[in-house]
Ligand binder design. Structure first.
Ligand code: NAD
Length: 467
Protein backbone atom coordinates (compact mmCIF):
# COMPACT_ATOMS: atom_id res chain seq x y z
CA UNK A 1 0.00 0.00 0.00
CA UNK A 2 1.39 3.39 -1.01
CA UNK A 3 0.30 6.47 0.94
CA UNK A 4 0.83 10.13 0.04
CA UNK A 5 0.42 13.55 1.59
CA UNK A 6 -1.98 15.91 -0.17
CA UNK A 7 -0.31 19.31 -0.60
CA UNK A 8 -1.55 21.97 -3.03
CA UNK A 9 -3.64 19.46 -4.96
CA UNK A 10 -0.72 17.04 -5.45
CA UNK A 11 -0.34 13.62 -3.85
CA UNK A 12 3.31 13.60 -2.80
CA UNK A 13 5.94 11.84 -0.71
CA UNK A 14 7.01 13.19 2.66
CA UNK A 15 10.45 14.59 3.43
CA UNK A 16 10.94 11.37 5.39
CA UNK A 17 8.85 8.35 6.41
CA UNK A 18 7.14 6.93 9.44
CA UNK A 19 6.41 3.27 10.24
CA UNK A 20 2.78 2.64 11.12
CA UNK A 21 2.31 -0.35 13.42
CA UNK A 22 -0.70 -2.68 13.37
CA UNK A 23 -1.50 -2.88 17.12
CA UNK A 24 -2.99 -6.37 16.73
CA UNK A 25 0.35 -7.78 15.51
CA UNK A 26 2.96 -5.28 16.73
CA UNK A 27 4.36 -5.37 13.16
CA UNK A 28 4.78 -2.62 10.58
CA UNK A 29 1.53 -2.26 8.62
CA UNK A 30 2.63 0.47 6.23
CA UNK A 31 5.18 3.20 5.74
CA UNK A 32 3.59 6.64 5.84
CA UNK A 33 5.04 9.83 4.37
CA UNK A 34 6.19 12.25 7.08
CA UNK A 35 6.19 15.98 6.34
CA UNK A 36 8.84 18.41 7.50
CA UNK A 37 8.45 22.08 8.36
CA UNK A 38 9.12 23.12 4.73
CA UNK A 39 6.25 20.94 3.49
CA UNK A 40 3.99 22.34 6.18
CA UNK A 41 4.91 25.85 5.02
CA UNK A 42 4.07 24.83 1.43
CA UNK A 43 0.68 23.58 2.60
CA UNK A 44 -0.01 26.80 4.50
CA UNK A 45 0.96 28.88 1.45
CA UNK A 46 -1.31 26.75 -0.78
CA UNK A 47 -4.16 27.11 1.70
CA UNK A 48 -3.73 30.90 1.68
CA UNK A 49 -3.96 30.90 -2.10
CA UNK A 50 -7.01 28.62 -2.14
CA UNK A 51 -9.00 30.41 0.55
CA UNK A 52 -10.39 33.47 -1.30
CA UNK A 53 -11.94 31.50 -4.17
CA UNK A 54 -13.34 28.79 -1.87
CA UNK A 55 -14.79 31.37 0.53
CA UNK A 56 -16.36 33.24 -2.39
CA UNK A 57 -18.32 30.18 -3.56
CA UNK A 58 -21.96 29.90 -2.52
CA UNK A 59 -23.14 27.33 0.00
CA UNK A 60 -24.82 25.51 -2.92
CA UNK A 61 -21.52 25.24 -4.79
CA UNK A 62 -19.58 24.02 -1.76
CA UNK A 63 -22.43 21.61 -0.97
CA UNK A 64 -21.92 19.98 -4.40
CA UNK A 65 -18.24 19.31 -3.65
CA UNK A 66 -18.99 17.87 -0.20
CA UNK A 67 -21.75 15.59 -1.45
CA UNK A 68 -19.32 14.23 -4.06
CA UNK A 69 -16.70 13.68 -1.37
CA UNK A 70 -19.18 11.75 0.83
CA UNK A 71 -20.22 9.57 -2.12
CA UNK A 72 -16.60 8.88 -3.06
CA UNK A 73 -15.78 7.78 0.52
CA UNK A 74 -18.85 5.54 0.57
CA UNK A 75 -17.77 3.95 -2.72
CA UNK A 76 -14.49 2.93 -1.04
CA UNK A 77 -15.97 2.21 2.40
CA UNK A 78 -14.72 -1.41 2.52
CA UNK A 79 -11.16 -0.29 1.90
CA UNK A 80 -11.48 2.47 4.51
CA UNK A 81 -12.95 0.10 7.13
CA UNK A 82 -10.28 -2.57 6.66
CA UNK A 83 -7.52 0.04 6.87
CA UNK A 84 -9.09 1.56 9.98
CA UNK A 85 -9.14 -1.81 11.74
CA UNK A 86 -5.54 -2.44 10.76
CA UNK A 87 -4.19 0.93 11.88
CA UNK A 88 -6.40 1.49 14.93
CA UNK A 89 -7.24 -2.04 16.09
CA UNK A 90 -11.03 -1.78 16.49
CA UNK A 91 -13.19 -4.73 15.38
CA UNK A 92 -14.31 -4.65 11.77
CA UNK A 93 -17.99 -3.93 12.65
CA UNK A 94 -16.97 -0.87 14.70
CA UNK A 95 -14.70 0.28 11.86
CA UNK A 96 -17.57 -0.02 9.39
CA UNK A 97 -19.72 2.10 11.70
CA UNK A 98 -17.00 4.73 11.92
CA UNK A 99 -16.67 4.89 8.13
CA UNK A 100 -20.42 5.16 7.57
CA UNK A 101 -20.27 7.78 10.32
CA UNK A 102 -17.98 9.94 8.18
CA UNK A 103 -20.23 9.53 5.14
CA UNK A 104 -23.23 10.72 7.20
CA UNK A 105 -21.16 13.46 8.77
CA UNK A 106 -20.12 14.92 5.42
CA UNK A 107 -23.68 14.66 4.04
CA UNK A 108 -25.09 16.28 7.19
CA UNK A 109 -22.74 19.26 7.11
CA UNK A 110 -23.05 19.57 3.32
CA UNK A 111 -26.70 20.42 3.95
CA UNK A 112 -25.97 22.91 6.77
CA UNK A 113 -25.84 26.63 6.29
CA UNK A 114 -25.54 29.83 8.33
CA UNK A 115 -27.81 32.23 6.48
CA UNK A 116 -27.72 36.00 6.91
CA UNK A 117 -29.90 36.99 9.89
CA UNK A 118 -31.83 40.24 9.94
CA UNK A 119 -31.48 41.74 13.42
CA UNK A 120 -33.39 44.95 12.79
CA UNK A 121 -35.29 46.31 9.81
CA UNK A 122 -37.03 49.68 10.20
CA UNK A 123 -37.48 52.81 8.10
CA UNK A 124 -34.21 54.12 9.55
CA UNK A 125 -31.97 51.10 9.56
CA UNK A 126 -31.21 47.59 8.45
CA UNK A 127 -28.93 45.54 10.68
CA UNK A 128 -27.83 42.08 9.58
CA UNK A 129 -25.65 39.38 11.06
CA UNK A 130 -23.28 37.52 8.73
CA UNK A 131 -21.08 34.54 9.49
CA UNK A 132 -17.85 34.67 7.50
CA UNK A 133 -15.19 31.94 7.33
CA UNK A 134 -12.09 32.38 9.49
CA UNK A 135 -9.47 31.21 6.95
CA UNK A 136 -7.16 28.22 7.42
CA UNK A 137 -8.37 25.68 9.97
CA UNK A 138 -5.87 23.19 11.43
CA UNK A 139 -7.72 19.94 12.22
CA UNK A 140 -5.66 17.94 14.71
CA UNK A 141 -6.89 14.53 15.82
CA UNK A 142 -6.00 11.70 18.24
CA UNK A 143 -5.67 7.98 17.52
CA UNK A 144 -8.86 6.55 19.04
CA UNK A 145 -11.34 7.62 16.31
CA UNK A 146 -8.87 8.84 13.71
CA UNK A 147 -11.17 9.42 10.78
CA UNK A 148 -14.59 10.29 12.17
CA UNK A 149 -13.08 12.99 14.37
CA UNK A 150 -11.21 14.34 11.33
CA UNK A 151 -14.39 14.38 9.21
CA UNK A 152 -16.32 16.16 11.98
CA UNK A 153 -13.75 18.97 11.81
CA UNK A 154 -13.27 19.10 8.03
CA UNK A 155 -16.93 19.12 6.96
CA UNK A 156 -18.21 22.11 9.02
CA UNK A 157 -15.06 24.08 8.16
CA UNK A 158 -15.36 23.46 4.42
CA UNK A 159 -19.08 24.11 4.08
CA UNK A 160 -18.69 27.51 5.74
CA UNK A 161 -15.89 28.50 3.32
CA UNK A 162 -12.74 27.74 5.32
CA UNK A 163 -9.83 25.69 4.00
CA UNK A 164 -8.36 22.88 6.11
CA UNK A 165 -5.03 21.28 6.90
CA UNK A 166 -5.69 17.88 8.53
CA UNK A 167 -3.04 16.46 10.85
CA UNK A 168 -3.81 13.02 12.29
CA UNK A 169 -2.01 11.37 15.21
CA UNK A 170 1.30 9.79 14.10
CA UNK A 171 0.17 6.27 15.02
CA UNK A 172 -3.05 6.43 12.92
CA UNK A 173 -2.38 8.57 9.82
CA UNK A 174 -3.49 6.14 7.11
CA UNK A 175 -7.26 6.67 6.90
CA UNK A 176 -6.70 10.44 6.84
CA UNK A 177 -4.20 10.00 4.00
CA UNK A 178 -6.74 7.86 2.14
CA UNK A 179 -9.34 10.61 2.63
CA UNK A 180 -6.80 13.05 1.14
CA UNK A 181 -6.32 10.73 -1.83
CA UNK A 182 -10.09 10.66 -2.42
CA UNK A 183 -10.40 14.45 -1.94
CA UNK A 184 -7.57 15.11 -4.42
CA UNK A 185 -9.92 14.02 -7.24
CA UNK A 186 -12.76 16.25 -6.06
CA UNK A 187 -11.73 19.44 -4.23
CA UNK A 188 -9.79 22.38 -5.70
CA UNK A 189 -6.07 22.48 -4.84
CA UNK A 190 -5.30 23.72 -1.33
CA UNK A 191 -8.87 23.43 0.01
CA UNK A 192 -8.12 20.26 1.98
CA UNK A 193 -4.55 19.10 2.64
CA UNK A 194 -3.09 16.31 4.76
CA UNK A 195 0.12 16.50 6.76
CA UNK A 196 1.64 13.66 8.81
CA UNK A 197 4.15 14.40 11.55
CA UNK A 198 5.74 12.62 14.46
CA UNK A 199 4.22 14.86 17.15
CA UNK A 200 6.44 17.74 15.98
CA UNK A 201 4.26 19.82 13.63
CA UNK A 202 1.09 20.22 15.75
CA UNK A 203 2.80 22.87 17.84
CA UNK A 204 4.04 24.65 14.70
CA UNK A 205 0.49 24.71 13.29
CA UNK A 206 -1.05 26.00 16.50
CA UNK A 207 1.47 28.83 16.82
CA UNK A 208 1.51 29.79 13.12
CA UNK A 209 0.18 33.31 12.40
CA UNK A 210 -1.52 32.18 9.16
CA UNK A 211 -3.61 29.52 10.91
CA UNK A 212 -6.90 31.14 11.92
CA UNK A 213 -8.38 28.32 13.95
CA UNK A 214 -7.07 25.20 15.67
CA UNK A 215 -9.74 22.53 15.92
CA UNK A 216 -8.19 20.00 18.25
CA UNK A 217 -9.23 16.71 19.82
CA UNK A 218 -6.81 15.03 22.17
CA UNK A 219 -5.51 15.05 25.71
CA UNK A 220 -6.03 17.85 28.20
CA UNK A 221 -2.25 18.22 28.54
CA UNK A 222 -1.83 18.94 24.81
CA UNK A 223 -4.94 21.15 24.82
CA UNK A 224 -3.29 23.40 27.42
CA UNK A 225 -0.20 23.74 25.21
CA UNK A 226 -2.40 24.77 22.27
CA UNK A 227 -4.20 27.32 24.42
CA UNK A 228 -0.83 28.83 25.37
CA UNK A 229 0.50 28.92 21.82
CA UNK A 230 -2.74 30.39 20.43
CA UNK A 231 -2.43 33.37 22.78
CA UNK A 232 0.21 35.17 20.75
CA UNK A 233 -2.03 35.59 17.70
CA UNK A 234 -5.38 35.47 19.54
CA UNK A 235 -6.18 32.49 17.35
CA UNK A 236 -9.64 30.91 17.58
CA UNK A 237 -9.71 27.32 18.77
CA UNK A 238 -11.94 24.41 19.69
CA UNK A 239 -10.53 22.00 22.25
CA UNK A 240 -12.14 18.58 22.76
CA UNK A 241 -10.15 17.01 25.57
CA UNK A 242 -10.09 14.16 28.06
CA UNK A 243 -12.78 12.90 30.41
CA UNK A 244 -13.44 10.72 33.44
CA UNK A 245 -17.13 10.02 32.97
CA UNK A 246 -19.28 8.41 35.65
CA UNK A 247 -22.11 5.95 35.19
CA UNK A 248 -24.43 6.25 38.20
CA UNK A 249 -26.94 3.48 38.83
CA UNK A 250 -29.94 4.44 40.98
CA UNK A 251 -31.46 1.86 43.33
CA UNK A 252 -34.37 0.94 41.04
CA UNK A 253 -32.46 -0.26 37.97
CA UNK A 254 -32.99 -3.64 36.39
CA UNK A 255 -29.45 -4.99 36.74
CA UNK A 256 -29.78 -7.67 34.06
CA UNK A 257 -30.89 -5.06 31.55
CA UNK A 258 -28.50 -2.27 32.49
CA UNK A 259 -25.24 -4.17 33.15
CA UNK A 260 -24.54 -5.05 29.48
CA UNK A 261 -25.15 -1.46 28.45
CA UNK A 262 -22.84 -0.07 31.13
CA UNK A 263 -20.24 -2.65 30.13
CA UNK A 264 -20.49 -1.64 26.45
CA UNK A 265 -20.21 2.05 27.38
CA UNK A 266 -16.95 1.35 29.21
CA UNK A 267 -15.34 -1.24 26.95
CA UNK A 268 -16.23 -0.10 23.42
CA UNK A 269 -13.06 0.59 21.37
CA UNK A 270 -11.19 -1.18 24.23
CA UNK A 271 -12.07 1.71 26.56
CA UNK A 272 -10.29 4.22 24.33
CA UNK A 273 -13.19 6.63 24.06
CA UNK A 274 -13.16 10.16 25.48
CA UNK A 275 -16.80 9.75 26.56
CA UNK A 276 -16.49 6.15 27.78
CA UNK A 277 -17.78 5.25 31.22
CA UNK A 278 -14.57 5.38 33.26
CA UNK A 279 -16.01 4.73 36.76
CA UNK A 280 -19.28 3.13 37.88
CA UNK A 281 -21.17 4.02 41.07
CA UNK A 282 -23.65 1.48 42.45
CA UNK A 283 -25.99 1.52 45.51
CA UNK A 284 -24.49 -0.62 48.30
CA UNK A 285 -27.38 -3.09 48.30
CA UNK A 286 -26.82 -3.91 44.61
CA UNK A 287 -23.03 -3.76 44.61
CA UNK A 288 -22.23 -7.49 44.62
CA UNK A 289 -24.79 -8.29 41.96
CA UNK A 290 -23.64 -5.49 39.61
CA UNK A 291 -19.96 -6.36 40.09
CA UNK A 292 -20.68 -10.02 39.32
CA UNK A 293 -22.72 -9.15 36.22
CA UNK A 294 -19.96 -6.87 34.85
CA UNK A 295 -17.27 -9.47 35.64
CA UNK A 296 -19.22 -12.16 33.80
CA UNK A 297 -19.51 -9.91 30.72
CA UNK A 298 -15.77 -9.20 30.88
CA UNK A 299 -14.91 -12.90 31.01
CA UNK A 300 -17.21 -13.63 28.05
CA UNK A 301 -15.72 -10.92 25.79
CA UNK A 302 -13.77 -12.21 22.80
CA UNK A 303 -10.54 -10.21 22.52
CA UNK A 304 -8.46 -10.44 19.36
CA UNK A 305 -7.45 -9.06 15.99
CA UNK A 306 -10.29 -6.86 14.76
CA UNK A 307 -10.10 -8.44 11.31
CA UNK A 308 -11.03 -11.87 12.73
CA UNK A 309 -14.69 -12.88 12.70
CA UNK A 310 -16.19 -12.87 16.19
CA UNK A 311 -13.73 -10.43 17.77
CA UNK A 312 -15.56 -8.15 20.20
CA UNK A 313 -12.62 -6.14 21.51
CA UNK A 314 -9.39 -5.22 19.75
CA UNK A 315 -6.01 -4.16 21.11
CA UNK A 316 -4.84 -0.94 22.72
CA UNK A 317 -3.86 1.32 19.84
CA UNK A 318 -0.16 1.91 20.53
CA UNK A 319 2.68 0.65 22.67
CA UNK A 320 2.89 3.80 24.79
CA UNK A 321 -0.79 3.58 25.77
CA UNK A 322 -0.42 -0.19 26.26
CA UNK A 323 2.31 0.45 28.86
CA UNK A 324 0.13 3.10 30.50
CA UNK A 325 -2.86 0.74 30.80
CA UNK A 326 -0.60 -2.00 32.21
CA UNK A 327 0.37 0.57 34.84
CA UNK A 328 -3.33 0.98 35.72
CA UNK A 329 -3.57 -2.82 36.12
CA UNK A 330 -0.77 -2.59 38.73
CA UNK A 331 -2.66 0.21 40.49
CA UNK A 332 -5.85 -1.90 40.39
CA UNK A 333 -3.99 -4.80 42.04
CA UNK A 334 -2.62 -2.53 44.77
CA UNK A 335 -5.69 -0.41 45.49
CA UNK A 336 -8.60 -2.79 44.81
CA UNK A 337 -9.75 -6.32 43.99
CA UNK A 338 -9.67 -7.52 40.37
CA UNK A 339 -12.65 -9.80 39.74
CA UNK A 340 -12.23 -10.31 35.98
CA UNK A 341 -9.28 -9.92 33.64
CA UNK A 342 -6.27 -8.18 35.13
CA UNK A 343 -3.54 -9.03 32.63
CA UNK A 344 -2.05 -8.17 29.31
CA UNK A 345 -2.46 -11.02 26.83
CA UNK A 346 0.77 -12.79 25.82
CA UNK A 347 1.88 -12.17 22.23
CA UNK A 348 3.07 -9.42 19.92
CA UNK A 349 -0.15 -7.37 19.89
CA UNK A 350 -1.11 -4.80 22.52
CA UNK A 351 -4.00 -6.73 24.07
CA UNK A 352 -5.38 -6.19 27.57
CA UNK A 353 -8.07 -8.40 29.10
CA UNK A 354 -11.27 -6.50 29.90
CA UNK A 355 -10.86 -5.91 33.61
CA UNK A 356 -13.36 -5.20 36.40
CA UNK A 357 -12.07 -3.83 39.71
CA UNK A 358 -14.10 -3.67 42.93
CA UNK A 359 -13.49 -2.48 46.52
CA UNK A 360 -11.14 0.20 45.27
CA UNK A 361 -10.25 3.31 47.26
CA UNK A 362 -12.04 6.44 46.02
CA UNK A 363 -8.72 8.28 45.83
CA UNK A 364 -6.98 5.58 43.78
CA UNK A 365 -5.42 6.89 40.56
CA UNK A 366 -7.58 4.40 38.64
CA UNK A 367 -10.64 6.30 39.89
CA UNK A 368 -9.26 9.84 39.71
CA UNK A 369 -7.48 9.69 36.34
CA UNK A 370 -8.48 8.93 32.76
CA UNK A 371 -7.37 5.31 32.24
CA UNK A 372 -8.29 5.22 28.51
CA UNK A 373 -8.31 1.44 28.42
CA UNK A 374 -10.50 -1.56 29.39
CA UNK A 375 -9.93 -1.39 33.17
CA UNK A 376 -13.12 -0.37 34.95
CA UNK A 377 -13.42 0.54 38.67
CA UNK A 378 -16.82 -0.09 40.31
CA UNK A 379 -17.57 1.76 43.56
CA UNK A 380 -20.42 1.36 46.07
CA UNK A 381 -22.37 4.31 47.53
CA UNK A 382 -24.80 4.96 50.36
CA UNK A 383 -25.94 8.48 49.59
CA UNK A 384 -26.59 9.89 46.10
CA UNK A 385 -25.26 13.32 47.16
CA UNK A 386 -21.88 11.72 47.85
CA UNK A 387 -21.83 10.31 44.30
CA UNK A 388 -22.70 13.66 42.78
CA UNK A 389 -19.80 15.17 44.78
CA UNK A 390 -17.51 12.37 43.56
CA UNK A 391 -18.67 12.85 39.94
CA UNK A 392 -17.90 16.56 40.14
CA UNK A 393 -14.68 16.22 42.14
CA UNK A 394 -12.50 15.80 39.05
CA UNK A 395 -11.04 18.53 36.83
CA UNK A 396 -12.80 16.83 33.89
CA UNK A 397 -16.40 17.41 32.81
CA UNK A 398 -16.98 15.70 29.50
CA UNK A 399 -19.98 13.35 29.81
CA UNK A 400 -21.65 10.85 32.12
CA UNK A 401 -24.80 8.81 32.49
CA UNK A 402 -27.51 8.10 35.07
CA UNK A 403 -29.54 4.88 35.00
CA UNK A 404 -32.96 4.39 36.63
CA UNK A 405 -36.44 3.08 35.89
CA UNK A 406 -37.69 6.50 37.00
CA UNK A 407 -36.55 8.83 34.22
CA UNK A 408 -37.57 12.03 36.03
CA UNK A 409 -35.54 11.04 39.10
CA UNK A 410 -32.51 10.22 36.95
CA UNK A 411 -32.81 13.55 35.14
CA UNK A 412 -32.71 15.40 38.48
CA UNK A 413 -29.38 13.71 39.21
CA UNK A 414 -28.14 14.36 35.65
CA UNK A 415 -28.79 18.08 36.06
CA UNK A 416 -26.39 18.17 39.03
CA UNK A 417 -23.44 16.70 37.12
CA UNK A 418 -21.06 19.32 35.86
CA UNK A 419 -20.28 18.12 32.35
CA UNK A 420 -21.01 18.89 28.70
CA UNK A 421 -23.48 16.03 28.22
CA UNK A 422 -25.23 13.61 30.58
CA UNK A 423 -27.24 10.72 29.19
CA UNK A 424 -30.21 9.16 30.97
CA UNK A 425 -30.62 5.41 30.43
CA UNK A 426 -28.23 5.50 27.49
CA UNK A 427 -24.65 6.43 26.75
CA UNK A 428 -22.55 7.63 23.84
CA UNK A 429 -25.39 8.75 21.61
CA UNK A 430 -23.80 11.52 19.53
CA UNK A 431 -25.85 12.52 16.46
CA UNK A 432 -24.36 15.18 14.20
CA UNK A 433 -27.11 17.68 14.96
CA UNK A 434 -26.54 17.65 18.75
CA UNK A 435 -23.62 19.74 20.03
CA UNK A 436 -21.15 18.13 22.39
CA UNK A 437 -18.05 19.29 24.21
CA UNK A 438 -16.52 19.57 27.62
CA UNK A 439 -17.05 21.51 30.82
CA UNK A 440 -14.04 22.46 32.99
CA UNK A 441 -10.77 20.94 31.72
CA UNK A 442 -12.53 18.66 29.23
CA UNK A 443 -12.54 21.40 26.64
CA UNK A 444 -13.63 24.70 25.21
CA UNK A 445 -16.13 25.00 22.34
CA UNK A 446 -18.46 22.50 20.74
CA UNK A 447 -18.48 19.96 17.91
CA UNK A 448 -21.53 18.85 15.90
CA UNK A 449 -24.66 20.84 15.14
CA UNK A 450 -24.76 24.49 14.20
CA UNK A 451 -22.35 25.18 17.07
CA UNK A 452 -19.56 23.59 15.06
CA UNK A 453 -20.26 26.01 12.21
CA UNK A 454 -20.12 28.91 14.67
CA UNK A 455 -16.72 27.70 15.88
CA UNK A 456 -15.15 28.24 12.44
CA UNK A 457 -16.89 31.48 11.47
CA UNK A 458 -16.61 35.10 12.46
CA UNK A 459 -19.77 36.95 13.45
CA UNK A 460 -19.91 40.15 11.45
CA UNK A 461 -22.66 42.78 11.72
CA UNK A 462 -23.52 45.12 8.87
CA UNK A 463 -25.42 48.12 10.17
CA UNK A 464 -26.95 50.31 7.45
CA UNK A 465 -28.58 53.72 7.87
CA UNK A 466 -31.55 53.91 5.52
CA UNK A 467 -32.74 57.41 6.17
P1 NAD B 1 -2.60 13.77 22.29
O1 NAD B 1 -3.00 15.05 22.95
O2 NAD B 1 -1.35 13.14 22.71
O3 NAD B 1 -2.50 13.94 20.70
C1 NAD B 1 -3.57 14.42 19.92
C2 NAD B 1 -3.01 15.11 18.68
O4 NAD B 1 -2.28 16.27 19.06
C3 NAD B 1 -2.06 14.27 17.85
O5 NAD B 1 -2.35 14.49 16.48
C4 NAD B 1 -0.69 14.84 18.22
O6 NAD B 1 0.29 14.66 17.20
C5 NAD B 1 -1.04 16.30 18.37
N1 NAD B 1 -0.08 17.10 19.17
C6 NAD B 1 0.88 16.65 20.03
N2 NAD B 1 1.52 17.71 20.60
C7 NAD B 1 0.94 18.84 20.09
C8 NAD B 1 1.13 20.24 20.31
N3 NAD B 1 2.04 20.69 21.18
N4 NAD B 1 0.35 21.10 19.65
C9 NAD B 1 -0.62 20.67 18.79
N5 NAD B 1 -0.84 19.35 18.55
C10 NAD B 1 -0.08 18.45 19.19
O7 NAD B 1 -3.87 12.81 22.51
P2 NAD B 1 -3.97 11.25 22.18
O8 NAD B 1 -3.19 10.51 23.21
O9 NAD B 1 -3.69 11.06 20.73
O10 NAD B 1 -5.54 11.00 22.40
C11 NAD B 1 -6.12 10.57 23.60
C12 NAD B 1 -6.82 11.72 24.31
O11 NAD B 1 -7.78 12.32 23.44
C13 NAD B 1 -7.59 11.29 25.52
O12 NAD B 1 -7.36 12.17 26.58
C14 NAD B 1 -9.05 11.39 25.07
O13 NAD B 1 -9.99 11.56 26.12
C15 NAD B 1 -8.98 12.56 24.17
N6 NAD B 1 -10.13 12.57 23.26
C16 NAD B 1 -11.09 13.54 23.43
C17 NAD B 1 -12.23 13.54 22.63
C18 NAD B 1 -13.30 14.58 22.80
O14 NAD B 1 -14.12 14.73 21.90
N7 NAD B 1 -13.34 15.32 23.88
C19 NAD B 1 -12.37 12.56 21.63
C20 NAD B 1 -11.37 11.59 21.49
C21 NAD B 1 -10.26 11.62 22.31
Amino acid sequence: MKFSLLIDGMLCDGASTLDVINPATGKVLAVAPRADKAQLDQAIAAARRAFPAWAAKSYAERRGYLEKLADAVEARSDEFARLLTQEQGKPRAEAEMEIMGIVHCIHYFAQSELPVKVLSETEEERVTEHRTPLGIVAAITPWNFPIVLMAAKIAPALITGNVVIGKPAPSTPLTTLLLGEVAAQILPAGVLQTIVDENDLGAVLSAHPDIANVNFTGSTATGKKILASAADTLKRFTLELGGNDVAILLDDVDIAEVAPRIFASAMGNAGQVCLATKRVYVPEAMYDEVCDALAKLARETVVGDGLEQGTQMGPIQNSQQFEKVKGYLDIARQDGTIIAGGSAIEGDGYFIEPTIVRDIAADSRLVREEQFGPVLPVLPYKDIDDVIDAANSTEYGLGGSVWSSDRARATQVALKIDSGIVWVNRHLVLPYDVPFGGAKQSGIGRQHGLDSLHEVTQLKVISEALA
